[in-house]
Write a protein that binds this ligand. Structure first.
Ligand code: NAD
Length: 312
């Protein structure tokens, strides 16, 4: 599909995302240009001519629940935090200390929804910090209804012969081992009706030649989800995942070795919808899976890819 072909209309920013580089940083939502959308859904007029945006309104699907999210300050995790707060949940979220600015804004949005927010600047590659996060959540909210394992990192490596094993280890620690640790500490506190939602990726299914290590972690997350779901089904705890396609979040421009030009047409060539997704467009799947709307879903991976066909 040519980048110059006419893109379908959309109320979200679709093409010509401005060149930008957040490389070497952990990535901030506040620096994205154009800004991403975490809170508004796209609607259409009856003629199918004019898309417009409208705020997501909760309807009590998670009323008085308590949710713990890793990487909840920005991107997809931010949108999940805000939507779940609008559905009635109090939220604890974990983030990297460098992302304080994003965390403050997300906290303010949770509070604006009338719910309580607890923010924890912790590096979850350390097992003791995963324990700290779960302990602090229980201390404040006294229950753990939903765990969202969402934090991740990725670094591009074009040639496997040059792959840096310390980066591979860090990627697995951040994306996979933290999920084991968070889940190990969380599960004993979760009751029948609780659920876990993990962030997988299109890369788990398609592979990605530049991200062999990251893609492998996402494959592990899909298998983790299916295996744990079978183990925990008798306990009434559902375990699912969402596999986003190309979503407009700080992960993209902050990725090490990702050239700023790559942002210019992000998602346009790859996705049949000819644009990157906005965080809210996949965050809704987390709400589905975590809430009673998803009561018959377990061991599932929902793909939100703008039409990119998954293999498997
Ligand atoms: N953006 C995409 O195109 C895309 C596509 C597929 C999957 N995903 C997945 O979605 C999830 C969310 O990513 P995003 O795109 O919203 O990017 P993001 O950069 O906004 O979120 C990543 C989060 O991970 C957190 N994090 C990273 N390392 C951490 C550490 N050591 N300790 C604590 N927190 C840490 C960061 O604080 C940040 O909040 C990730 O699992 C990612 O793999 C994203």
């Amino acid at each position: 599909m040519s980048k110059d072909s006419e893109a379908p209309p959309t109320a979200y920013p679709s093409t010509s995302l401005k060149k930008q580089d957040q490389e070497g940083t952990k990535g901030l939502d506040s620096l994205l240009e154009p800004g991403a959308n975490w809170t508004q859904l796209e609607f259409w007029d009856d003629e199918g001519k004019a898309p417009y945006l409208k705020d997501y309104e909760g309807r009590g699907l998670l009323k008085d629940k308590a949710v713990l999210i890793t990487g909840g300050d920005s991107g997809i995790g931010r949108s999940v935090a805000i939507l779940m707060a609008r559905e009635g949940a109090d939220i604890t979220f974990v983030y990297l200390p460098e992302e304080e600015e994003d965390a403050k804004w997300t906290k303010s949005q949770i509070e604006k929804a009338g719910r309580q927010a607890q923010t924890l600047a912790l590096d979850i590659t350390k097992e003791e910090n995963c324990k700290k996060a779960v302990d602090a959540h229980i201390e404040k909210f006294k229950k753990l209804s939903v765990l969202v394992n969402n934090s991740a990192m990725q670094e591009i490596c074009q040639d496997f012969r040059e792959i840096d094993l310390s980066v591979v280890e860090k990627t697995f620690r951040t994306n996979v081992l933290s999920m084991f640790a968070m889940t190990k500490f969380a599960l004993p506190l979760m009751k029948r009706g609780s659920s876990i939602v993990n962030s997988c990726s299109v890369a788990a299914y398609m592979g990605n030649p530049q991200l062999v290590d990251y893609s492998s972690t996402k494959g592990a997350i899909a298998t983790f989800t299916r295996s744990l779901a079978q183990q925990q089904a008798p306990n009434g705890i559902r375990v699912n995942a969402v596999a986003p396609g190309i979503i407009w979040t700080p992960l993209q421009p902050a990725t090490k070795n990702n050239p700023p030009e790559a942002m210019d047409s992000l998602g346009v060539q790859e996705a049949p919808l000819q644009r990157p997704g906005m965080p809210i467009e996949v965050a809704t799947a987390y709400v589905l899976l975590a809430s009673p709307l998803g009561s018959y879903f377990t061991g599932e991976v929902i793909h939100g890819t703008g039409g990119i066909e998954m293999q498997g």
